[in-house]
Design a protein around this ligand. Structure first.
Ligand SMILES: [Zn+2]
Length: 268
């Protein structure tokens, strides 16, 4: 048992190991009740303080599923709690005119966005589709983060599609949300082949062995922490990562060091 594990267990958070949640959402969602769906700055801050969340990067549910309001919900929410929040600009390939507008205006929201979020399995067009191209080109040029929803054997955002965009846009920093869930060996190969591709842990720890494999074959410098909050609880995910038996050094890389490096020039 390592000392960070024990400290987290005792206090629920650790001062010198802040947590960056690189994959989260905000807002209400159809078919499920979220206690934190209705945004409240004070409550959110208290919640984050309990588990030592230093920064949470999200894409608002309403942006992803209500294209008529575009990224407004992201912008408004970050500006209500800027010390704790940043957002991914949501990209819906079914509305290419909105993508072009969002890319054109990206500079205006430097205090809000650190990159883009693609949800291809839900939006029904593969991440290689031409409608995403303005966002990919911009991310590549500005070295922005691109959080992908990824899943094993998906034709929209599985390992094969990730390879294509990683090769075409080598300066975009690609975070594989859910790390090609289930196809852990393929995720490992993609990370080894492309220095700009990282594993993101949401849904990885629901299956014993995925995280252990990434640590063993790729190392903790290519792994970032994420939870899909408010779908999952921070303490549950932090605990699951620590319980893999990883070293303190690896835990620091995953919970904050890698994120700090990736965000270095993107946080204003
Ligand atoms: Zn998500």
């Amino acid at each position: 048992m390592n000392s960070l594990w024990e400290k987290f267990l005792e206090k629920g958070k650790v001062e010198n190991c802040p947590v960056y949640d690189m994959h989260a959402h905000m807002g209400t969602y159809s078919r499920i009740y979220f206690p934190y769906g209705e945004f409240d700055s004070e409550k959110t801050k208290q919640r984050f303080d309990r588990s030592g969340i230093k920064l949470l990067i999200f894409c608002h549910h309403w942006t992803l599923f209500s294209p008529d309001i575009g990224n407004t919900a992201n912008i408004e929410t970050v500006r209500k709690l800027p010390e704790k929040l940043r957002a991914y600009c949501g990209v819906n390939p079914n509305y290419p005119e909105i993508i072009e507008k969002d890319v054109d205006e990206f500079e205006k929201y430097k205090d809000v966005f650190v990159g883009f979020k693609l949800l291809a399995d839900y939006h029904g067009l593969p991440i290689t589709h031409k409608n995403y191209a303005p966002a990919w080109r911009y991310a590549n040029r500005k070295k922005l983060l691109v959080l992908l929803h990824t899943w094993g054997s998906s034709h929209y955002n599985g390992p094969q599609q990730i390879r294509k965009v990683a090769e075409k846009y080598p300066d975009a920093r690609i975070l594989m949300g859910h790390s090609c869930h289930g196809e852990w060996d393929e995720a490992v190969k993609v990370m080894k082949d492309f220095p700009n591709v990282y594993a993101e842990l949401c849904a990885v720890v629901d299956d014993r062995g995925g995280l252990e494999k990434f640590l063993d074959k790729v190392g903790s410098k290519k792994i970032v922490f994420g939870t899909d909050w408010p779908w999952f609880n921070h303490h549950y995910y932090i605990g699951a990562v620590l319980d893999s038996g990883l070293s303190d050094e690896d835990a620091h890389n995953i919970f904050h060091r890698n994120a700090e490096k990736l965000l270095e020039k993107l946080i204003y």
